[in-house]
Write a protein of this length. Structure first.
Lengths: 518, 246
């Protein structure tokens, strides 16, 4: 059996440090909310749609409340009150606000009993729908059998959701288990979620509820044909993490890129905003049974994969602890890492094998997400195809949960149909060829691979203990994470964070927390 | 050798052998095979051998083929206009700036006008960079200000004036209906009107931008596909140093 010999004391210390760091944010999670969290609440109450100028209705209401300085009790009470007093549905209220015919902050208040009764009704309805989608997914997996390990994950990125659907069906028929619809690069910094289907996106489509629905329907069709449940994933990242998670929960996405710190480090989104949003976003994912995935691969595309390997481990441990706080179970934590060691380095494969085993050993129950070579992928597609094969070899040998397939044209364009097909062929061949090889292999106790993994873990432990001592925001401000300085007061979206009033009310949060046992 | 026509080399001189890989929306059978063969024939190829055919489902088939072309390139016709300053890595560029300029270089960048795609400007300017090459933000020798997407030319020029920029970087990714040419021209015209054109380097970039096009539009340099922060950073450092010594 191919097994690492990790120092258990180091594992415990590193995990405890991560737990202490993430545990120090209850002041934020319990004392604050954000505009996107409130928009999520409105969406959960059934508010959807957009104005003719494309402004989504949840933004209309939340902007209105923010402008009237009436958001601190949460948007739920205000909207419910307006619905009761004006005898309108949520959409009518939002449209009346947009037409300047209604100020819901200045309305007389209905009785709190009535308001709570309405909110109970609406939240029970939404949560029941989310549970039914979760049950449907479980039913499909029960009927068709579980996802393969490693699961074959490929992307589609035509910019037209209908064309994406055709390519996704082709990929699924060839063996893909998970389809990711690449999101338009510009979306992370939008403080709203666009409405409707995308047909002319650049470098991807927007994550919209309609796009989710179209793709899920296409994959349900191909799942039945293939007698294999094909999972769908998208990206709950940026300034609208919880809203996108909710749309995924409503439309039955199965996975969601949902990193606790990615937005801060790689998109310059305010640290408070990001941590707050991820907390609620992940709660929705946990409730919906959606597997979250994290973006540790990003640390290695900006830094050397050997020198900074510990940053991946440290981030995985932090992501794990933040996820636990939102009620995500270990078996739904697709913690990330990547095959990014310089191929010119002697024994690069041994480094990769060591790092991959480290992740698997630290998180034995997690369907870890293994990312392909990108940094050293070049215009030489033949070489890249070969590197992808080595990557697939490690993936099967160490039984990674999700293998995000490398494309030989990684450095050139969004994958052509044939690129994706060749990538799947590559993975299927290697996975089959070395299926049970790990059962025949053992690592020598003092081998390079064992020593290397312990060294990375020791570095991660040391780093986390330092962050624990100095505080995560202080460390981020100093540039200790990914060599990028991110002060607590900087970045985008801070003006969308507000302190909660003592009467703040979010029925969905309360009910989900209770059911998730957090 | 200079006047010898250049032809593809398979395994013998001038055999004209080329390798092809493409996808057609056809079935993977004799019918599809013939479609692939006819396509290559239409291109003007001979001795066509479709050696690989892979069914990719949903009505698509991938073909791999070898064929012979009788075409060749006359070396006299090859004219390239390229940025000809040497390319240094980040450390070398930082050292060069320290030695030759003795101060930091300020660069202001943006995707201007209608263009919302920051992928190009981010690849060059942001810390993370692209394909293992860090962006200018990471360089010690640069103060890199990335204004992001959909920045009006006026705002970009105002910012450049405010921070006394050494160089302006403009990215244009979208090229539908030649919108990139219109946007780039507008910026240069405004810069000239505001007497900023000669005060700083004007550099444009994007997948469909060439150095030749950039010069034609009145820019100092243009960087196309496959350009990295190392290319842009080296060019700026060397050009500014040369101008200072002039």
């Amino acid at each position: 059996m191919l097994k690492l010999d990790l120092n258990p004391d180091l594992v415990l210390r590193a995990r405890n440090a991560a737990k202490s760091i993430t545990g120090s944010f209850s002041w934020l999670f319990e004392g604050y909310s954000s505009v996107t969290i409130e928009r999520t609440v409105l969406r959960m109450m059934g508010l959807d749609g957009a104005l003719p100028d494309d402004k989504p209705l949840p933004n209309v209401v939340v902007d209105h409340l923010q402008e009237k300085k009436a958001l601190d009790q949460g948007a739920a009470i205000r909207l419910a009150n307006a619905m009761l007093v004006k005898k309108m549905d949520a959409e009518q209220v939002a449209r009346a606000i947009a037409e300047d015919n209604l100020d819901i902050a200045a309305l007389e208040m209905a009785s709190m009993d009535e308001i709570h009764a309405l909110l109970d009704e609406l939240s029970d309805k939404m949560l029941a729908h989310i549970r039914s989608q979760k049950a449907k997914r479980e039913e499909f997996f029960g009927k068709y059998g579980p996802r393969r390990v490693p699961a074959i994950y490929v992307i589609v990125a035509t910019g037209n959701i209908y064309e994406d659907a055709v390519q996704a069906k082709a990929a699924a028929a060839e063996g893909a288990d998970i389809i990711a619809v690449i999101r338009s690069t510009a979306q992370s910094l939008l403080d709203y979620v666009p409405y409707g289907a995308t047909t002319v996106g650049f470098g991807g489509t927007y994550a919209t509820q309609e796009n989710f629905k179209i793709m899920r329907a296409a994959l349900d069709e191909v799942s039945e044909k293939e007698q294999r449940y094909i999972s769908l994933t998208n990206y709950a990242s940026g300034l609208c993490m919880p809203e996108i998670s909710l749309m995924g929960a409503i439309e039955r996405l199965d996975l969601m890129l949902n990193d606790a710190m990615y937005g801060i480090l790689f998109r310059d989104i305010n640290p408070r905003r990001t941590l707050l949003d991820q907390h609620f976003s992940r709660m929705i994912n946990a409730y919906a049974g959606i597997e979250i995935q994290t973006g540790e691969d990003n640390y290695l595309t900006t830094s050397d994969a050997v020198e900074k390997a510990y940053t991946v481990t440290a981030s995985q441990l932090l992501n794990e602890q933040f996820a636990l706080l939102s009620g995500v179970k270990p078996e739904k934590m697709g913690l990330g890492h990547a095959y990014e060691v310089d191929p010119e380095l002697e024994n690069s494969f041994s480094y990769e094998l060591s790092h991959a085993l480290l992740t698997r050993t630290l998180f034995p129950d997690a369907p870890v997400k293994y990312m392909p070579p990108t940094k050293f992928a070049s215009g030489n597609i033949f070489k890249t195809h070969l590197m992808d094969a080595m990557f697939n070899f490690v993936g099967q040998l160490t039984h990674q949960g999700v293998q995000l397939l490398g494309m030989m044209t990684e450095a050139i364009h969004t994958p052509h149909l044939a690129d994706r097909s060749l990538a799947i062929e590559n993975a299927k061949y290697i996975f089959k060829a070395v299926k049970d090889l790990d059962k025949s292999l053992m690592l020598a106790p003092d081998s390079f691979i064992n020593k290397r993994a312990n060294r990375v873990l020791a570095e991660a432990c040391e780093f986390l203990e330092r962050v624990e001592k100095e505080g995560m925001f202080e460390s981020m401000a100093r540039g200790d994470f990914a060599d990028i300085k991110r002060p607590d007061s900087g970045g985008k979206g801070l003006n969308g964070v507000f302190a909660r009033h003592e009467d703040y009310y979010n029925p969905f949060r309360n009910k989900m927390k209770k059911e998730l046992g957090i | 050798m200079k006047d010898v026509i250049i032809r593809p080399y398979g395994d013998t001189s001038n055999d004209g052998k080329m390798q092809f890989s493409f996808t057609l929306p056809v079935s993977a059978d004799e019918y599809g095979l013939e479609a692939a063969r006819l396509l290559l024939k239409q291109i003007g190829l001979e001795d066509i051998e479709v050696c690989g055919m892979r069914d990719m489902n949903e009505g698509f088939t991938h073909f791999i083929a070898y064929a012979v072309t009788d075409k060749g390139v006359d070396p006299k016709d090859i004219k390239v206009k390229v940025v000809d300053t040497p390319v240094m890595d980040m450390e070398a560029t930082d050292a060069y700036i320290k030695e030759h300029l003795g101060r930091q270089i300020t660069v202001v960048g943006a995707c201007i006008e209608s263009d919302a795609h920051t992928v190009g400007i981010d690849a060059i300017m942001n810390m993370k960079g692209y394909s293992g090459r860090f962006g200018l933000e990471r360089y010690k020798g640069f103060v890199a200000i990335n204004m992001g997407a959909q920045v009006l030319s006026e705002d970009l020029l105002n910012k450049a004036r405010e921070v006394n920029a050494d160089a302006i970087l403009v990215s244009q990714v979208v090229t539908q209906k030649n919108i990139h040419v219109k946007n780039l021209t507008r910026l240069i015209e405004l810069a000239e009107a505001e007497r900023l054109r000669d005060k700083m380097l004007f550099i444009c970039g994007g997948p469909r931008i060439s150095h030749e096009l950039a010069i034609e539009l009145g820019y100092d340099a243009g960087f196309g596909k496959g350009s990295y922060a190392t290319d842009v950073g080296s060019y700026i450092a060397i050009t500014l140093a040369a101008r200072q010594n002039r």
